[in-house]
Design a protein around this ligand. Structure first.
Ligand SMILES: [Zn+2]
Ligand SMILES: [Zn+2]
Length: 225
């Protein structure tokens, strides 16, 4: 993975002067940051509680989701420009925020970062896996190795975008192949957590192969499932 992209001293959102790789202060303050969330799945909650209703009823296979922002404007636009137009300047401030949040968080450090593998058809169309770029940057900032080979995605699943959560889980059964034994604590890295179905299936696969703790780190999370 080669990390490319020029650094500019302009805020990528409003073009005001800013530190390289950062948003200007006004845009930074306007970002939809996470408030109270479920400590397992990071679902936004109106008050501080240990777990949301769904996690209380049915503990997910992953142990903890950490995201920097809500997947609403302008974060959705920033991530879209990064993914679909390759504009890494849009992702860099979000990666920096997530890195800082993780540095301040008292959770135990994972042994490796695992970029969420991309559907092979989509990878061929896009030419890069956004999760691998995010994992590379976070790994560098937090001094955690990134394993790009541990897990691959089988071609036999459909793209998820038009499926609801139930259909996503069904579509993803058997989607991930773990090559070898994972270390005790793995952090899956992705750009956005939407329904959590991908994280659920991947965490399940990792735990079946011997992982004990699975964290999920993403730039953003949708406000609802
Ligand atoms: Zn700005
Ligand atoms: Zn939850």
């Amino acid at each position: 993975m080669v990390y490319t992209g020029r650094h500019s001293s302009q805020c990528p959102l409003c073009l005001a002067p800013a530190q390289a790789g950062r948003l200007c202060l006004a845009c930074l303050r306007a970002l939809p940051r996470m408030g109270f969330t479920c400590r397992t799945c990071a679902l936004p909650l109106p008050f501080d509680a240990k777990a949301c209703g769904r996690c209380q009823q049915n503990m997910p296979a992953f142990d903890r989701v950490v995201t920097a922002c809500l997947y609403t404007f302008p974060v959705d636009t920033m991530i879209g420009r990064f993914k679909f137009q390759g504009q890494q300047a849009m992702a860099r401030p979000l990666i920096a925020l997530l890195g800082n949040d993780l540095k301040q968080c008292s959770d135990p450090k994972p042994d490796i970062l695992l970029p969420c593998p991309m559907h092979p058809v989509r990878y061929r169309a896009r030419g890069f896996n956004q999760a691998a770029i995010i994992a590379y940057e976070l790994g560098r900032a937090l001094q955690i190795p990134v394993d790009y080979q541990l897990c691959s995605r089988s071609a036999a699943t459909r793209p998820q975008i038009r499926l609801d959560r139930k259909a996503r889980l069904k579509n993803l059964a058997g989607a991930f192949v773990v090559n070898g034994r994972p270390p005790p604590h793995v952090a899956i890295v992705d750009d956005v957590v939407t329904t959590g179905a991908t994280a659920q299936q991947l965490a399940k696969t990792l735990k079946a192969q011997g992982a004990l703790t699975v964290s999920v780190w993403a730039l953003a999370r949708t406000p609802m499932r």
